[in-house]
Design a protein around this ligand. Structure first.
Ligand SMILES: C[S@@+](CC[C@H](N)C(=O)[O-])C[C@H]1O[C@@H](n2cnc3c(N)ncnc32)[C@H](O)[C@@H]1O
Length: 188
């Protein structure tokens, strides 16, 4: 939806579904419109099939409707939040940061029609850097995170001297590295 070209070879578009729909729409030429979800790779953003630190840029655009999207065009277009979606988004964020290179950028999009963005940002320990609201009602948030730089010469060996939790120089992501190992990531 925000791509200039979904087939641009610099990008990899992932989504958990591959489907197409023709829906009646009197405002469209011919009285109907097409929805095609055709990712480069079908996968779950809570279990991304990519190694750690693979990408310089990740864009996370998860579903944002819980109620409105339950049926109809909106639900088909954006997907819906079901079940324990907070856990799903928490895992999604963790995966985005896992596959990002140190100093990589995560762009997160959220439309706060139903759920305030503050509730969603609470699902990641990462702190956003800058943000912008758009749309007529200023409900669509574009938020940028910058992943901290990992000390390449001191990789996490799972051992701690017990000081790390209190050391402000250690970014939360670095503290969490061992605990997120094995989780899989994202959506375009
Ligand atoms: C707001 S739309 C993203 C649209 C996308 N930015 C585009 O340009 O087409 C949210 C998408 O997230 C997908 N989705 C929902 N849960 C997912 C998951 N666990 N893993 C991967 N994709 C998921 C939905 O299928 C839906 O297409």
């Amino acid at each position: 939806m925000f791509w200039f070209d979904k087939r641009d070879p610099r990008g990899l578009f992932v989504d958990k579904r591959r489907e197409s729909h023709t829906l009646p729409d009197i405002s469209s030429k011919g009285g109907s419109r097409e929805l095609v979800v055709d990712p480069d790779l079908q996968c779950d953003f809570t279990a991304l099939p990519f190694p750690d630190e693979s990408f310089a840029l990740v864009v996370f655009d998860p579903p944002h409707f819980e109620r409105n999207g339950a049926s109809g065009w909106v639900g088909l277009k954006y997907g819906t939040l079901k079940g324990d979606w907070r856990e799903m988004l928490r895992d999604g964020f963790a995966e985005c940061f896992r596959v990002l290179k140190p100093e990589g950028t995560l762009i997160f999009k959220w439309c706060a029609d139903e759920i305030p963005v503050s509730q969603i940002l609470a699902l990641t320990p990462e702190r956003p850097l800058i943000g912008h609201k758009s749309g007529k009602q200023q409900k669509t948030h574009w938020i940028t995170f910058l992943k901290s730089q990992r000390t390449a010469d001191a990789p996490d060996d799972g051992k701690s001297d017990g000081q790390e939790e209190n050391d402000e120089r250690v970014h939360p992501y670095q503290r969490r590295r061992t605990s997120i190992t094995g989780l899989g990531l994202q959506s375009g």
